[in-house]
Write a protein that binds this ligand. Sequence first.
Ligand code: COA
Length: 307
Amino acid sequence: MKICSLADSEDQRVAELIHRSLVDWYGKNLGQGARFGDRSEPFLLFPRVYRELDPGEALGAFGGDGELLGVCFVHPRPTHVSVGIVATAPAAAGRGVARSLLAPVLERAAREGKPVRLVSSLFSLDSYSLYTRMGFRPGAIYQDLQFEVPQGGLAVPVPESAKRVRLAGVDDARRIAVFEQGLRGILREKDWVFFLTDRVLGWRVWIVEDPSGALSGVLVSGEHPDWGMLGPGCARDPESAAALVWRALDGRRGRSSVLLAPARETDLVRRFYGWGGRNIELHVAQVLGTEFPEAGLGFPTFLPESA
Ligand SMILES: CC(C)(COP(=O)(O)OP(=O)(O)OC[C@H]1O[C@@H](n2cnc3c(N)ncnc32)[C@H](O)[C@@H]1OP(=O)(O)O)[C@@H](O)C(=O)NCCC(=O)NCCS
C-alpha cells in the first residue's frame, strides 16, 4: 500500500469513495445507507473545500494496481492538527488502510509537538476503535440534531439575544479567531478567512455580541445546496448559542439543517428539541496529546473538521 497526497484529478474518485464507504457502512451496520443519498456528487465538496484550505494535505492510500483504497484529510493549524474525514473503500475494510493513513499524520504532529484532534461517530465502533487503539482519548459528546425549518420560520419565541446577531465581515476574521482561541484553545484564523471570503461554496458567518459590543459567539451556516450543516462555531454561553442557532435556522427556511450540539448542555438541547430538533447520531471529540482547557460551547462540523 502506498500513501501519498491526492492530486486534483482524483476528486471524482475521492467523492465516490467517501460516498460508497458511508452508504456501505451505515447500510450494513445500521440499515441507514439511504441517509447519504444516491449521488456521490455532493461529496465533491470535501476535496474541493480541503484543497482550498489545506493544499497538499489530502492523503490517499493506493493499492498495487493504483486502486484508491482510502482517504484522509489533514488540517494543520498553529495550535493543533485536525483530521477528517477518514474513509476506507468497503472492499478494503479491516485491512489497516485507515491506520496506515493516520500513522504518518500522527508522527508528524508528534514531531511538531501538536495534539491531534477529531470528532468520531459513536454509532461506528470501527471508527471509535480505530482512534482509541491509536491512543486518542474520548472527550465531549455531541448530539447531531436535525431541524426542518418550515417556510414560515420556526414557530418558537425568538431568543432575547437574537437582536444582537449579525453577519460577520472579512474584517472580523482575526477577532473571531482570537475569540475562539480564548474559549476553546485552538487557533484557526485561515478557516475563518475562508468562510468569510469564499464566494463559490457559499457560507454565512453569524456573530453575536454582548451589550458592550464584545463577541460572545460565532456560527457558520453552510449555504451550498449540497451542504446542510451549521458549524463550526463556539459561544461563551447557552443564550448566545441559542441566538446564533435560531438566526442561522431562520435563514434556512424550507431547508433541513444539522447541528452538532454539546450533549452536556442539557437545557440548551431541550430548547432545541422544542424547536423540532431530532437526534440522528452521536459524535465524540477525541484528542491525541495535550487537551486544551475549554470554556463555553463548541459546535464542530464535518466540513472542515479543523476544530
Ligand atoms: C472507520 C473506517 C475509516 C475504518 O477503516 P479501516 O481501514 O477498516 O480501519 P483499519 O483496518 O485501519 O483499523 C480498524 C482498527 O479498529 C479495530 N477495531 C474495529 N472494530 C473494533 C472493535 N469492535 N473493537 C476493538 N477494535 C476494533 C481493528 O482491529 C483495527 O485496529 P488494529 O489496526 O489495531 O488492529 C471505515 O470503517 C470507514 O470508512 N467507515 C465509513 C466512513 C466513516 O464512517 N468514517 C469515519 C469518519 S470519522
